[in-house]
Design a protein around this ligand. Sequence first.
Ligand code: AMP
Length: 618
Amino acid sequence: MAKIGINIATGSLQQEEIIIGIDLGTTNSLVAIIHPEEKKPVVIKEHDSSALVPSVIYFDSYGNAIVGSEAKKHLITEPQNTIFSAKRLMGKSYNDIRQNASFFTYKVFDDDTERLVKVQVGNRFYSPIELSSFILKELKQRAEHILKTPVNKAVITVPAYFNDAQRQATRDAGKLAGLDVLRIINEPTAASLAYGLGMKSDEEKTVAVYDLGGGTFDISVLRIANGIFEVLSTNGDTYLGGDDFDAAIVKRWMKEHRITEQQVAGDKALAQALRIRAEEAKVHLSTKDVYIGKVNDYPLQITRQEFITTIAPLVDKTIQCCKNALQDAELSAGDIDEIVMVGGSTRVPFVKETVSRFFGKPVHDEINPDEAVALGAAVQADILAGNNKDFLLLDITPLSLGIETMGGLMDVLIPRNSKIPAKTGRQYTTQKDGQSNMRISVYQGERDLVKDNRKLAEFNLTGIPGMPAGLPKVEVSFLINADGILMVKAKELRSGVEQSLEVKPQYGLTDEEVEKMLLDSITHAKEDIATRALVEAKTEAEQLINTTQNFINKNREHLTEAEINATGNAVKNLQDAMAKEDKDAIQRKIEALNELSRPYAERLMDKAISMAMKGKSV
Ligand code: AMP
């Protein structure tokens, strides 16, 4: 039965829970939803204010976190208490950011250089996850205030180059802010969705997303086919953006008025005023031909042509990144079907013209470049809410998929976060002579032992022709199609016998369960490694005992009584070590047994060869 909620604020009935799309940006963040009546994505904002919330957190003297424009006011006056660009710290250790440490005007704690960074404000420490959660909490509250309804679910975007740790950190930040993060999606994917690219199931396109913000530049090349967005390559410069345009204008003015570096270093107010005028000039020149302003007694002027000359080297840098991205994707500029412009700095007409000239076609700039990513996140949220049934956006597998191998170990065939559709195969063999069946058990999870993971299915490959252990070649292949259905096939390559099975990998797993499984894998990592080593040692021991006993039985008459007894003792010692579950002892006893049996195995081998040469066989 469907649940129907009543909105306490308005008294209206709500049938569906709202899912918001969040662009959690380095400089600004914003929220979008699908408009309930117009069915189109819209950013949410108070009537006259901007939808952009500066990603800045200010901690007042009581330790309260204030987020947004209010916080931004403290950037210059209280840099030590005002945190900006927290996104740059997500999933990073101090060593990762050491080179750019001077960029942060607040204290990035460097006590333990290997561990994830913390930010120190007064006597309190905050992780980047907590800092991002303050921003997300503010966005959630804003959305609730404007929509007059509780908001608990979200889709959050991240840069395409974010690694696993950074994606997980973003997810955790959402959780900390009281949001159920249904999906983390790539910013360029979201921007493409905002333009409706990839919304038709039979559409195949190669898209370049050019994202030039205030402080960062990203170029991503995506391949869209059958509703699947594949990131072919990413490139960029994490310290290049509109702020550098402003700095270049300031430099030009300083030169004109012979203002020295020392002068601005000693006069923070002058530095700040020049920077503000420079940004004003830049924005003005996006629509006008000349800017005229003033700071103190300095008249400030710049024409559009002068501005172009000033920023040209910076724009050239972005084009170089585009070239690199194309090269990595093994494409040329002409292979790109659509170019999507994202980020406030793509409003500069010279940027648009340069990019369009490079790719040889017009760029998409119809959507507000500050809003495209959030709007796309809202489109994705709508798909997840099930309102767009004929469109399925699957991107990655949330957990690893694999099969059970000797000793109950998990052998991963498709690692978590693999792109879908995915296909992979691996060869296995039998453990026993004449083994005619092989059980294939399919598991999902991150732990080293299958007993700690989730069993999805099991089947038997039967009819393997009798062969000595180790000879059959059983290829197990996994295929996940675009609908998230896993096909498992096992085939014995020498005889051609095969068996296959269809599995629904995610069936019944909630987001919380997935998260718990991931968390468990981290908590138990050490213990898992130890267990895996023990299981591997035991498996090796078992095989060695088997082979040794087979060997003795077959070759009794060629061995002395002493050799047989000594071998029996060594086998017994190894079995004792196995019973004690002592990995190191097992390895020592394996070594001892090998040492003992090697000479007579070699001796018999020589004998076999010499007899074979005489035309006989042993
Ligand atoms: P974002 O990080 O995407 O919010 O982009 C912010 C950057 O875009 C800042 O450097 C702004 O100065 C710049 N920006 C915003 N509007 C304009 C405009 N009309 N013309 C040029 N740059 C702009």
